[in-house]
Design a protein around this ligand. Structure first.
Ligand code: GLN
Length: 258
């Protein structure tokens, strides 16, 4: 009985086309009371649109693999999608506070983050790689000892770089800024995710990516801790996208095989 009331409420909200039910505050309350976002009719995604090909701006619109996957998931759930852009290290706090429903941001699953958010099933293999100048003496991760290393604040590259012996870690808000600093000779290497690394190296002459990756990792979508209902819905949608080949199609749209 209770369930059907919620379903009707959801349907009414959907019919009212979000306006009546939108606003993150309403949604947060609904989530707490009924445990369903469907009543809001709208999903708020947060990301850091400085991370091509996963998220970047094209004529001021946020596009990329994550944006397309999120749109496909929202479509499957019959919900509207709003994407908000913020600093990478603000994403998890935005989910925790209920300002956002989820983060799709090439976010690596790790144990520390699992304490603060829940993750969906993974949707991409990833790696942290090392970018150096073409003529650099740095040839493998072991050569980073005592070097000046650029990372993006709060990323796994930042976390792992902390373990480098005598490493002088320089933190940047955007991965691209770290790469600029490298081209200017201010730092010796950048640790960053493989796909953005490829884009940045292509756009800046005189740089290369070392063959040996620093770490292997996997991306997933982050959702508020305890919201298993939304995680389940996302996982079902992700599974369908994988099985139908739609996910691969999205990847192929942004990453062309070499
Ligand atoms: N994959 C890295 C992380 O999760 C970087 C993600 C990003 O910069 N958007 O920390």
């Amino acid at each position: 009985m209770k369930k059907s009331v919620i379903t009707i409420a959801a349907a009414v909200c959907m019919a009212a086309l979000v306006t009546a039910c939108g606003g993150s505050q309403t949604k947060t309350e609904t989530t707490a009371a009924a445990g369903t976002e469907a009543a809001g009719g709208k999903l708020i995604m947060v990301t850091n649109a400085e991370f091509p090909p996963y998220e970047f701006r094209d004529n001021n619109e946020i596009v990329g693999i994550d944006a397309d996957i999120a749109r496909a998931i929202a479509d499957k759930l019959g919900m509207e999608l709003e994407i908000q852009d913020m600093a990478f290290d603000s994403l998890i706090p935005a989910i925790q506070s209920g300002k956002a429903d989820f983060a799709a941001a090439g976010m690596t699953v790790n144990e520390d983050r699992k304490k603060n958010v829940d993750f969906t099933d993974t949707y991409a293999e990833a790696a942290q790689v090392i970018i150096v100048k073409e003529d650099s003496a740095i040839a493998s991760p072991d050569d980073l000892t005592g070097k000046k290393i650029g990372v993006q604040t709060g990323t796994t590259g930042d976390i792992y770089a902390d373990d480098i012996e005598n490493g002088d870690i320089q933190r940047f808000n955007k991965g691209m800024e770290a790469v600029m600093s490298l081209t200017q000779g201010k730092i010796d290497a950048v640790i960053i995710d493989r796909e953005p690394a490829k884009v940045f190296v292509k756009e800046n002459a005189g740089l290369k990516i070392l063959d040996e990756a620093f770490t292997e990792e996997e991306y997933a979508i982050a959702i508020k801790k305890g919201n298993t209902e939304l995680v389940d819905k996302f996982n079902t949608a992700i599974k369908e996208l994988k099985e139908s080949g739609e996910l691969q199609k999205i990847v192929d749209k942004y990453i062309t095989a070499e």
